[in-house]
Every structure is written in structure tokens, then in C-alpha cells.
Design a protein around this ligand. Structure first.
Ligand SMILES: NC(=O)c1ccc[n+]([C@@H]2O[C@H](COP(=O)([O-])OP(=O)(O)OC[C@H]3O[C@@H](n4cnc5c(N)ncnc54)[C@H](OP(=O)(O)O)[C@@H]3O)[C@@H](O)[C@H]2O)c1
Length: 293
């Protein structure tokens, strides 16, 4: 049993990491605006607060999931994005190295430009937007700080949400419920991955010797789909006619997005660790509680 700190424990991924890892470990979660007991409030822009927090808890592992992950917000506020996505990550990595804490950084497929998928763990960074740049910059700083740290790259995530607009996948349901002939991007290829599969993979990785899980890992489901494809499954799940949906065959969002960042998980395959699920079934389960309200 390890003592694990999870930052971003109030967020989409962090909440599920807390649930899954608590089955075998002592977990301490931190959040910011949504933190309430037992989740502790820790502003990651405050270095003294981080030092005091680590002094108090002395964990074996720190999983850093907190970030600003909305590309349009990152594009509009470079300073705040660098502070949280790069500087805080770098400071945590330095602190973890000095204290011999295993540091695990959650990163993104957006460190790639999407022009030459699939991407391997050692493919070169080529981000097309500021969010991707900030995560790529953090990865570089973390890996040059210590070869013992672990970087986990994930694609677009979905799972239990507090409200439909919380994830880029479930917000599609909100759009369809508001307008049955809603328009959806049918250009960018995505690999929606359930947060529980990320958490189960991390749980399995943490059973491995620490020396064998340093460096970069890719975790991704393998069903490729555009937002329009996701919308068709979601329309079924919310009782609307998929035939009414409108396909938009070109990029639709303001901050530039990569076309196809398929992540090849060669290291997980070598360890025989793979958790996947069917999108149509899983999204139905995620949406059901929101339809009953
Ligand atoms: N969601 C995706 O589709 C996706 C795709 C690829 C990669 N990722 C990566 O996966 C990780 C988790 O993403 P997510 O979707 O779970 O994010 P999220 O739901 O947006 O949650 C972000 C978390 O960061 C915390 N946070 C924000 N500002 C903070 C600050 N100043 N100090 C401390 N904590 C702060 C938030 O706390 P409060 O809410 O309490 O303020 C929240 O817990 C991120 O590193 C993200 O880059 C996500």
C-alpha cells in the first residue's frame, strides 16, 4: 500500500483516480475552487503552500492531474496557463525529486500536430495550440529534471460528470438536447477514453517496480471517431434521431486543433496492461443519471 497524492482530485479524471486508487492505497486528493473535505484545498500557484503540504503528508507517489485543459481558455490567457500547466508542474517535479517521491504527470495527445498519426511514446512534440505547447513544455521540464518521473499522455476523456458541459464528450448531449439538428465536427479524429480505464491502467502501472515505469506512457482507447460519430451514439442514448444531426466536415473550434493524434501504447502492450470499453454502452451509462433529472 502506497500513500498517493492526487492533484486535480475535484476534476473529471481526478475524481475517478481517487475512487480507483483508494481500493489499494491511501489517497489524499487536492482541489482548488471545488475542494471540500476530505479533498484538501491547495493552490498550485503558491509554492510555499505546496512545500508545506508535502512536508505534512510525505507521500510515496504524486499524480499531478490538475491543469487548465480547455484550449480556448489557454489561448486567451497565456500567463495563467504557463503558471499552472508549466511552472506548477515543474515545481512539483523538482520537489518530488528532492523528496524521492515518484512523480506522475498527466499529459495530452495535443502535444502532437495530428498530421502523422499514430504517435509513439518517443515521437517528437509538434503542438498546434497554446494548450499543447504548455503541456509539451511541462513534459520537457519534467523529463530533464529526473529520468525517474512518469509522463502519461491521454486523449479526450469522458466519464461521470457533475454537469453535461464538464467534458468535451458529454457536452455533445447538451447540444443535442437543446437542438435536435445540432451541428458537429466531422473532421478531427478522436479516441474518446473513459476516465475509469485511465485510472485502472494507472493502478496497474503502480503495481510495477518504479524503475520500470519511468518515462512516457500512452493510454488510449482504440475506437476512432469524430465528434459527429460520437454525437450519433449520444443521440441514440438520449432518445433523439441521429439522422437529424448535421455533419460539419471542417474544423469548427476557435483555437487550432490537431487532426488525428492517435496514441500508440507500445509500452502498455509490452506490459500486457489494457483496459478498454465500448463507447456506445459506456456513454449511455454516463448520460443516464443526467436524463433522469
Ligand atoms: N479532459 C480531457 O479530455 C483531457 C484530455 C487530455 C488530457 N487531459 C489532461 O488530464 C488532466 C485532468 O484533466 P481533467 O479533465 O480532469 O481536468 P478538469 O476536470 O478541468 O479539472 C482540473 C483540475 O485542476 C484543478 N485546478 C485548477 N486550477 C488549480 C489551481 N490553481 N490549483 C490547484 N488546482 C487547480 C481543478 O480544481 P477545482 O475544480 O477544484 O478548481 C480541477 O481539480 C489534465 O492534466 C489535462 O491536461 C484531459
Amino acid at each position: 500500500m502506497k500513500k498517493i497524492i492526487v492533484t486535480g482530485a475535484t476534476g473529471l479524471l481526478g475524481r475517478t483516480l481517487m475512487q480507483v486508487l483508494a481500493q489499494s492505497h491511501t489517497v489524499i486528493g487536492t482541489g482548488f475552487s471545488r475542494a471540500k473535505a476530505p479533498i484538501e484545498q491547495l493552490d498550485l500557484n503558491q509554492e510555499t503552500a505546496i512545500v508545506n503540504f508535502l512536508d505534512k503528508h510525505q507521500p510515496d507517489v504524486l499524480i499531478h492531474a490538475a491543469a487548465e485543459r480547455k484550449p480556448d481558455i489557454c489561448e486567451n490567457d497565456h500567463q495563467a496557463t504557463i503558471a499552472l500547466n508549466v511552472k506548477a508542474a515543474e515545481f512539483l517535479a523538482n520537489q518530488c525529486k528532492a523528496r524521492k517521491i515518484h512523480f506522475v504527470f498527466i499529459s495530452t495527445d495535443y502535444v502532437f500536430d495530428g498530421k502523422s498519426a499514430p504517435y509513439l511514446e518517443n515521437s517528437s512534440h509538434s503542438p498546434v495550440n497554446f494548450y499543447g505547447q504548455s503541456k509539451a513544455q511541462a513534459e520537457q521540464a519534467i523529463l530533464s529534471n529526473s529520468a525517474r518521473h512518469t509522463i502519461i499522455r491521454v486523449p479526450v476523456l469522458y466519464g461521470e460528470v457533475e454537469y453535461l458541459a464538464e467534458s468535451a464528450v458529454t457536452v455533445i448531449a447538451q447540444q443535442i438536447l437543446a437542438q435536435s439538428n445540432s451541428k458537429h465536427d466531422d473532421w478531427a479524429i478522436r479516441f474518446p477514453t473513459h476516465v475509469e480505464d485511465i485510472a485502472l491502467t494507472l493502478h496497474a502501472l503502480l503495481q510495477q517496480p518504479e524503475s520500470s515505469i519511468s518515462g512516457i506512457f500512452h493510454i488510449s482507447d482504440n475506437q476512432s471517431m469524430t465528434k459527429y460519430d460520437m454525437a450519433k451514439h449520444i443521440a441514440h442514448a438520449v432518445g433523439r434521431d441521429p439522422e437529424d444531426l448535421v455533419s460539419i466536415p471542417e474544423p469548427t473550434q476557435s483555437a487550432m486543433r490537431p487532426y488525428n493524434c492517435a496514441l500508440k501504447d507500445t509500452r502498455l502492450a509490452a506490459l500486457n496492461i489494457q483496459f478498454t470499453r465500448d463507447f456506445a454502452d459506456a456513454i449511455k451509462q454516463v448520460l443516464t443519471p443526467h436524463l433522469a433529472q
